[in-house]
Design a protein around this ligand. Sequence first.
Ligand code: NAD
Length: 265
Amino acid sequence: MDTGMDFTGKIALVTGAGRGIGKGVALRLARHGADIIVNDLLAETAERTAQEVQALGRQAYAVAGDVSSSRSVDAIVEKGLQRFGHIDILVNNAGISLYRPILECSEEDWDRHIDIMAKGTFLLMRKVAPGMIARKWGRIVNLGSYVAQLNCVTKYFGPYCAAKFAIIGLTQVAAQEWAPYVTVNAVGPGDVETEMMELEWQQEGAKRNVPPADVKEEYRKRLILQRLETPDDIAKAVAFLCSTYADQVTGSHLIVSGGLPFTVK
Ligand SMILES: NC(=O)c1ccc[n+]([C@@H]2O[C@H](COP(=O)([O-])OP(=O)(O)OC[C@H]3O[C@@H](n4cnc5c(N)ncnc54)[C@H](O)[C@@H]3O)[C@@H](O)[C@H]2O)c1
């Protein structure tokens, strides 16, 4: 039996896991044997995901908290450590996105994106990595995006793209600083059917005076692979990066986008 994807005995902390991709990651890692610390800003959704993890036969602990504040991050990690003793896998997934031209973005729009995604990833890694280094094993996966690549064409996501590029830079530097025992990678989704994307289709639809369902169908049709992604499509890539199959992968940004930015011509 090949145990490359067996995470039995491993503890994973997944941020923003109350819904969407984070929830998909929590459930996927649990299916492969991990016990999960489920973080979300919203206690109720974190608790719901924890219950679904438990229904898969794994242990789960819901810890509500805001990843953009160091005090809150310290509390999230310390509660997780009190419950499980160590953290082997960290998935920095919590995020927000706003469809808005740069000239209409406020200082607050900028700060929220940078604080939740770039600073949140920094705070979590800074708090969790020392334990991984001491235990000589750790896997960190940060959520990037297909838009966080050079030459990517996108409009109306200025603060979002800036935060995602920051995450990729941080991923590459951390991979070098914490080698050889801790690998640090990013996964870059394309268009995943989650509440974040539903909101984007609504916002774009309102701007162009087109029904959101039509915008969604346009997005699907432009994909080379012809289907929108599911949270589990991304979760499988995260699981790969945490598995022994990826022992020689660090500092990478694995694009899992159905082919984006390449589109059907
Ligand atoms: N959906 C996509 O197509 C797509 C594409 C590229 C990248 N991503 C990235 O994947 C990640 C998850 O996206 P999603 O589509 O599942 O989004 P989502 O909006 O459906 O879920 C995000 C979750 O993060 C939580 N969250 C937000 N702010 C938080 C905070 N300060 N502290 C803790 N939790 C917080 C929310 O409560 C929510 O449960 C994000 O980083 C996003 O940028 C998504």
